[in-house]
Every structure is written in C-alpha cells, then in structure tokens.
Unconditional design. Structure first.
Length: 238
C-alpha cells in the first residue's frame, strides 16, 4: 500500500472561485489571532494559495506541494506532507489547509506536522466536514475521509498537540452545501470531467459571499456548531 498525498487543488485553475475567496476570509477570522509573529512559517499544500494570503508577512515563509503548478519559482519545494524535507523543530507556525484528508495515513501526516514544529509552535489547519457528505467530488479531489470537530480534535491530540480552537466553518452557506450534496447522491453518476466545482452565476456569487461575510463577523467571537469545514488551531507544548 502506497501512502501518498493524491491530488492538487482546483484553486490552481479557478483561483477566483467564490469558495476560495470566502475561505480566505473565514480562516483569517477563525485562526488569525493564533498566527502571532512567527520567525519561520511553513505552508503545506501551498498550491491552494488564495486561502493563505492572510498568513504572509515579514517572516520567512517556506512552501511545499505535490503539484509544482502551485509553487512559485524559487519559493517552494515539491514534496509530500508525509515526508516533510525539514529538520525537527524548524518552524514556529505550520499551515495545512485541506491537506490532512488527502493523506491515507492520518497519524503519519499529523505526526510530520508536529515534528517540524518547534516547542510552542502552532498548527493552523482545516478539513472538510461530515462523512455523510461524501460524494464523487471527494473521490475526484483525492480525499480519504471527511471529519467532525471531535474527530479532528482527537486526531491532533493523539499527536501531542494542545487544541486552542476547533470550530466548524461555512455555516452560513451550509443549507446550500447540504442541498448540493443531496443532488449529487440522487444523480447517482459522477459529474463530467472538468466539472469539479459547481458553477455559480454572478448573482449567486454575491449571495454566497454575503453570507460568508456575515459568518466572518460571528467567527471572530464564537465557535459555530455546524458547517461544511472544520477549522483548528493547536500548539505543540513547550
């Protein structure tokens, strides 16, 4: 059995898709306070660039991805999250947004993220929510699993992390997400190739982004009880 990260992000082809723009704002609201002022930061899965712009700053930033299309010239390394090419304790912050679910061995990928963090270093992560929402989209994206908040918390705690925050995200558009997944199940056939992301009209884009901006304000103050993603901040004990 080969244990590898399987698929690049659709954001490479559609970086302005509403979901990636909304996730940038939601991640910043939910996890931005845990970024701090790192000296060295690692962006795992950096091909998904639209969602990590808020993590940029004066610190040293290193990036890895299996898909070389997502790596800028001289700014990243083509490598797997299961075998990070860095020494133990190299980073103050590691970001892994929609990465863990792409790895068959959950324990191995989270263990690698912990290994390269210095004592006191912070992990910022996101994963897709709810196994009941599994569809052909997950298969095409190369997912191995979806998560609940308790499952993600338990997985990172098993690797020695202390969880600082764990909340659902995309609650504002959750009815749309649930309906879209129900349609996929009823269709009983995969979407055509090249149709990985559901098409939205300009009017739908405005509504979806508006709902996400309302949620952004809520996320600054409290955790959400449901949503199509799980956002997590944790630290490695010093």
């Amino acid at each position: 059995m080969t244990d590898v990260t399987r698929s690049g992000s659709s954001s490479i082809d559609q970086p302005d898709y509403w979901w990636y723009r909304a996730r940038t704002e939601l991640l910043h609201s939910a996890l931005g306070d845990f970024l701090g002022t790192p000296r060295r930061l690692l962006d795992v899965g950096s091909a998904d660039g639209p969602s990590v712009s808020w993590m940029r700053g004066d610190h040293e930033r290193f990036a890895i991805d299996l898909d070389p299309r997502g790596l800028g010239a001289g700014t990243g390394v083509c490598a797997s999250a299961l075998a990070l090419p860095f020494r133990d304790g190299s980073f103050d912050v590691v970001g892994a947004f929609d990465v863990i679910e792409h790895c068959e061995s959950e324990a191995r990928v989270i263990g690698e993220l912990a290994r390269v963090l210095a004592p006191g270093g912070r992990l910022l992560a996101s994963v897709p929510a709810y196994q009941w929402a599994w569809s052909d989209h997950d298969e095409r994206a190369g997912h191995y699993r979806r998560y609940t908040r308790p499952r993600l918390r338990a997985a990172v705690e098993a690797a020695g992390f202390v969880v600082d925050r764990c909340t659902y995200g995309f609650a504002g558009v959750f009815p749309v997400f649930a309906a879209e997944r129900a349609v996929r199940r009823l269709r009983r056939r995969p979407s055509p190739p090249g149709d990985a992301l559901p098409r939205v009209s300009p009017a739908q884009d405005r509504v979806l982004m508006g709902l996400s901006r309302v949620e952004r304000r809520v996320l600054r103050r409290r955790d959400l009880p449901f949503g199509s993603s799980v956002f997590l901040a944790a630290h490695r004990p010093g």
